[in-house]
Write a protein that binds this ligand. Structure first.
Ligand code: PLP
Length: 390
């Protein structure tokens, strides 16, 4: 018999090593202190108290009807634009939604367009899990550059464009309304899908971003992905796809849900009372307030320790600061010195599909409280300063 040697890491219950002493700004997850234990317990109690066992059986393929109703009402209010339950397909999170889209709409070797830079783990899913040829499209302060996209369309026929239109990971940038309209028009003219990963859409700390791409979901070229990971708890593995009903039926009709039923039936039932009773909305309002404070703490630290060494734009939503240092500096090479100083970050090169952006770095303000953010930036300062003085 093969004896499996369990290392301590295998026994951890979370992806984040809580025993680590360093302040890792690379972690794009909410802090443990922010996760709403009591509210979720109340929500689960309310569902269990209904007394039926329906939510313990296989669920409706598209996602529980009562839950889709509650989610549609919540999203319509938060987006300030109508969302219908027929437009929603419930998933086990945004990552799974992306994988399902790849399963249904692509074959290995197909071309897709991705923003440069982009969410590093989505790049992994697209390229490594599905063998797709990811062609980078540059972005600027207004998000994806449509002139570059149109130019690339003269050379490629992409199956879809993967974009993060609101408070992008990693840059924090938001696609302008004008570009949203143009992107949808281009997708219809050139017959490709727009896969909009909108997990940060509701995490705005100032003005709301333009309407989600989901508001164009009447067109059969737009798939909007949402998730409870950033607005409630990632461990729930609960998310959704919003699309035109005929497109939603492509998911409903696939073998995966034919065999297994709704993709996260139990959890969606447990979360439903939180939506119906307004607890999710109140929690989200509190989360925005907390993150506003964390941004201020990081901004203050950066001004103090890194002014003149790096440039950045203060984010007005999402999870991240994106720092640019002078060309030629390799932030990945600075990680060992940063770790020795008790701090970490995500090097820009991880967010590039072409091995570029070596002079950039991503800092998340979501995982740590204000005091740790101040301490972490103070530790980071001398490491980056030393590199820029060389
Ligand atoms: C842009 C983006 N998409 C998707 C995810 C993962 O979402 P989920 O937990 O719903 O799979 C993340 C998490 O960091 C993200 O930043």
């Amino acid at each position: 018999m093969k004896v499996v040697n369990m290392q301590p890491n295998d026994l951890r219950s979370s992806q984040v090593n809580r025993a680590a002493t360093g302040i890792n700004f690379g972690i794009g997850q909410p802090g443990f202190d922010l996760l709403p234990l009591e509210m979720l317990k109340r929500s689960a109690d309310a569902r269990f108290a209904q007394g039926d066992t329906e939510f313990l059986n296989y669920g409706f393929e598209q996602g529980d009807g009562y839950f889709r109703d509650a989610l549609a009402t919540f999203l319509s209010a938060e987006y300030a634009t109508p969302v219908a339950p027929e437009q929603l397909m419930i998933t086990a999170g945004a990552s799974q939604a992306l994988a399902l889209i790849c399963t249904l709409f692509t074959a290995p070797g197909d071309t897709i367009f991705v923003e440069e830079p982009s969410y590093f783990l989505a790049l992994r899913i697209l390229r490594e899990d599905f063998g797709l040829n990811a062609v980078p499209i540059p972005s600027d302060e207004d998000g994806l550059r449509l002139d570059a996209l149109e130019d690339a369309l003269s050379r490629h026929r992409p199956k879809f464009v993967y974009t993060i239109p609101a408070f992008q990971n990693p840059t924090g940038r938001t696609l302008s309304s004008k570009r949203r309209e143009e992107l949808v028009a281009l997708s219809r003219r050139h017959n490709f899908l727009v896969v909009a990963d909108e997990v940060y859409q509701l995490l705005q700390y100032g003005a709301a971003p333009p309407s989600p791409l989901a508001s164009y979901a009447e067109w059969e070229t737009v798939l909007s992905i949402g998730s409870f990971s950033k607005i409630l708890a990632p461990g729930l593995r609960l998310g959704w796809i919003q699309a035109a009903p005929p497109l939603v039926q492509r998911f409903v009709g696939c073998g995966l849900v034919d065999s297994g039923g709704g993709l996260n039936h139990f959890t969606s039932n447990v979360v439903r009372p939180a939506l119906e009773n307004g607890w999710q909305s109140s929690y989200l309002a509190g989360l925005r307030e907390t993150y506003r404070g964390r941004i201020a703490a990081m901004e203050h630290g950066l001004q103090r320790h890194l002014a003149g060494v790096a440039t950045w734009r203060t984010p007005d939503g999402g999870y991240f600061f994106w720092l640019e240092m002078e060309q030629g500096i390799d932030t990945a090479a600075l990680l060992p010195a940063a770790r020795a100083a008790g701090v970490e970050f995500l090097p820009g090169v991880r967010c590039s599909s072409v091995g570029g952006l070596g002079n950039c770095l991503r800092l998340s303000f979501a995982h740590f409280g204000k005091a740790e953010i101040a301490e972490g930036v103070a530790r980071l300062g001398p490491v980056l300063q030393a590199a820029s003085n060389r």
